[in-house]
Design a protein around this ligand. Structure first.
Ligand SMILES: Nc1ncnc2c1ncn2[C@@H]1O[C@H](COP(=O)(O)OP(=O)(O)OP(=O)(O)O)[C@@H](O)[C@H]1O
Length: 318
């Protein structure tokens, strides 16, 4: 977990100008509060749900909506996700966590029924702008899925798959520039990525073995290494440990905390203890695609603003 000084926003004003981390003013209302007109959070969605944190915003969503046909899966979500930290997305099944996550690297574009409105910016750059380069975006915002999905290739080939595909290794120009041959560069990349994913010590003597021979937990760490090999800034993880046993899960959790020193990690999890253990901030989605509360993880788990969040966390709902 990064050593940020995240503080939950505690101002009691229902609306009003609020300093954002980027210095601009915006109308802010915390979830669970009532407007002066007596509207409840259920009826108003166009607020920023945010809190104060040290550092810069890495990802900002503004009025983000997703429909699948008539199904309104994500409703007016405006949040800032801080850099170099872990953000957990929690909530009951079907509340839109994965849909929200997929918006952050435009994976929903692949779903024919999905229509997306609103804005998602990474480092202030709109990813839904016309002409955005999706290959570059998905290198910058990588993704790890619930089921480990290594290619039926060697461990080495899995790690270098992305850079090779994007022509970042096998180009004579790069080799000449660096004055080294391709295999030497590949070896460096393989070792660095596998070390970062905390699996190097387990596989360094069998890099040419088929990745499908690894255990589930090793396969998932290999998939994380594959994601790291293309040098992302943001790593999206959709329940990355749900298919793993407790020991493998614990290794993935340790790894995620380490990764947050350098990367911005956003993780969907059904495991509330996991969210409490590894995340710096937590976003609680409840039924119907609403983001009900977003803030410092300790505050959300120990003293949530919203009764519905408290009910969910204590197991009374969801
Ligand atoms: N490809 C799709 N086509 C149509 N509807 C979809 C699609 N994916 C998700 N939905 C719908 O969008 C809503 C949100 O689904 P989503 O998978 O994002 O929720 P979730 O919170 O991640 O659920 P879970 O925890 O069960 O994975 C649900 O009503 C779901 O049925």
């Amino acid at each position: 977990m990064s050593e940020t000084e995240n503080q939950p926003r505690t101002d009691t004003a229902t609306t009003g100008d609020t300093d954002r981390t980027d210095g601009t003013a915006t109308e802010t209302r915390l979830s669970g509060q009532q407007t002066t007109a007596g509207e409840t959070e259920e009826t108003v969605h166009d607020e920023w749900v945010q809190y104060e944190y040290a550092g810069a915003a890495k990802v900002t969503t503004t009025d983000l909506n997703v429909h699948y046909g008539d199904d309104h899966a994500i409703k007016d979500i405006s949040i800032e996700i801080p850099e170099e930290s872990v953000t957990a997305l929690i909530g009951p099944s079907g509340c839109g966590k994965s849909t929200f996550l997929r918006c952050l690297n435009r994976m929903n574009d692949r779903i024919r029924a999905a229509s997306i409105d609103g804005s998602v910016a990474v480092d202030g750059e709109e990813i839904y702008r016309d002409g955005a380069n999706l290959v570059e975006l998905r290198k910058r915002v990588g993704m790890v899925f619930q089921q480990p999905n290594p290619f039926p290739k060697s461990i080495r080939d899995n790690v270098v798959y992305g850079p090779r595909k994007h022509g970042e290794i096998n180009t004579g120009v790069l080799s000449r520039l660096f004055g080294r041959d391709t295999s030497e560069k590949e070896d460096d990349l393989v070792e660095r990525s596998l070390r970062q994913a905390a699996i190097w010590d387990e596989v360094n003597d069998r890099l040419d073995d088929n990745a499908l021979g690894l255990s589930g937990g090793q396969q998932q760490r290999l998939c994380i290494a594959r994601c790291l090999a293309v040098d992302p800034d943001v790593i999206l993880m959709d329940e990355p440990a749900s298919a793993l046993d407790p020991i493998a899960t614990s290794k993935i959790e340790d790894l995620i905390e380490d990764l947050a020193e350098e990367y911005t990690v956003v993780i969907v999890t059904h495991n509330m203890q996991q969210a409490a253990r590894i995340s710096d901030q937590t976003a609680v989605f409840l039924t119907g695609g609403e983001l009900v509360e977003y803030g410092d993880t300790d505050q959300i788990f120990e003293n949530p603003e919203s009764q519905r969040v408290e009910d969910y966390i204590t197991g009374k709902f969801g």
